[in-house]
Design a protein around this ligand. Structure first.
Ligand code: SF4
Length: 350
């Protein structure tokens, strides 16, 4: 059995069975325009062809394990189970201006071992296939379609490091942006990386319009190394050099993610260091309030108080480095990426 999102497989199957090629357009319309997720509901296609498709293709290999919506209705967290029993997460974030955003996972789970993150505690099981990533997009689109709204943005900020699974991430972005499929603008996709330098050049060649977010989390190697082991391989100097090349090539603003950890990376003098690192660059900093996991007793991190995050941000704004403090839309559903899966995995002893 193959995924229905595997265009090459579907087209060659139609050819082998002497089914006219225009049927593929009908299949595509049914899936991506009408959000049909059942062969029996593809009423533009003959029953005979539907039966053949049913025997050879599937819509979903993922099954929904949990689905939780926050009290304010803005955020929905979907915990999927893969066919090999790993738990992965997606989060839908609804915005009044229709800028609905989906955060997808690209690995089950993650080997990068950032110390503030729960995902790596599950270790890496495997890379997700492109169709497993696309299924997350499909499922969220179906939910939003029922609410008579649409998906506008995708961020690759869920479980996993996108550049460690680049071929599948690439293919899923191509499907998300294909005019006859999800038809999302390239600039509405953001790939967030904790920085795997060799892949960045490939990324800017493949997707010059797609946005890039860098998990920076500290303005110097000393602190960065203590919370992000990747800094031992690609330090800040290497990082900034490659990012300068990226900006020169694409002329695109880079988003820098900075999780605020009390007494770790929130000293005000670090705000000046961060400014020094980013001054005169096309940069935008997103400060992320830390969402502590009360059940994880071995983690000592605490959230930075709001006034201190604002003070930190003020330094950057004073010196013309744009920044935002990410709204916490989801504390009541453990929706900071990774938390629900980790909690559930713990509960069921995965
Ligand atoms: S923060 Fe991202 S890269 Fe780091 S361990 Fe978590 S999922 Fe992996």
């Amino acid at each position: 059995m193959f995924s229905i999102h595997d265009e090459e497989k579907v087209i060659s199957f139609l050819q082998e069975n002497k089914i006219p090629k225009f049927r593929y357009t009908q299949i595509e319309n049914a899936i991506y325009k009408n959000f049909v997720s059942n062969f029996d509901d593809m009423n533009t296609i003959s029953k005979e062809v539907r039966e053949l498709l049913k025997e050879n293709f599937y819509f979903y290999s993922l099954t929904v394990d949990h689905i939780i919506t926050s009290d304010n209705g803005q955020t929905t967290k979907i915990l999927f189970k893969t066919s090999s029993w790993e738990l992965i997460e997606s989060v839908i974030m609804r915005h009044l201006s229709w800028r609905n955003t989906l955060c997808v996972s690209c690995q089950a789970w993650c080997p990068m071992a950032c110390s503030f993150c729960a995902t790596w505690k599950l270790w890496l099981q495997r890379n997700l296939t492109f169709s497993e990533i696309v299924e997350q997009i499909m499922y969220a689109s179906e939910i939003l379609n029922k609410e008579q709204t649409i998906l506008r943005n995708i961020v690759y900020m869920g479980m996993g490091e996108p550049f460690l699974n680049y071929p599948n991430v690439k293919k899923s972005i191509e499907i998300a942006c294909a005019q006859k499929k999800f038809n999302l603008a390239n600039r509405r996709i953001t790939v967030s990386t904790c920085w795997i330098v060799p892949w960045i050049k490939k990324f800017w060649d493949d997707f010059p319009q797609t946005s890039l977010a860098i998990s920076i989390h500290a303005p110097n190697d000393e602190i960065r190394k203590s919370i992000m082991p990747v800094d031992h391989t690609y330090n800040l100097e290497t990082l900034m050099q490659a990012l300068d090349e990226y900006t020169a090539k694409t002329n695109k603003r880079i988003f820098y993610e900075y999780i605020m950890l009390n007494w770790v990376n929130d000293n005000i003098k670090l705000a000046y260091e961060l400014w020094n690192l980013l001054k005169w660059k096309l940069a935008h900093v997103n400060f992320i309030p830390y969402n502590p996991w009360e059940w994880a007793w071995w983690i000592e991190y605490k959230a930075t108080p709001k006034f201190l995050i604002e003070k930190f941000q003020k330094v950057l704004l004073e010196f013309w480095v744009p920044s935002t403090i990410r709204a916490t839309m989801w504390d009541d559903i453990d929706a900071a990426c990774w938390q629900l899966a980790n909690k559930t995995a713990k509960e069921i002893n995965l």
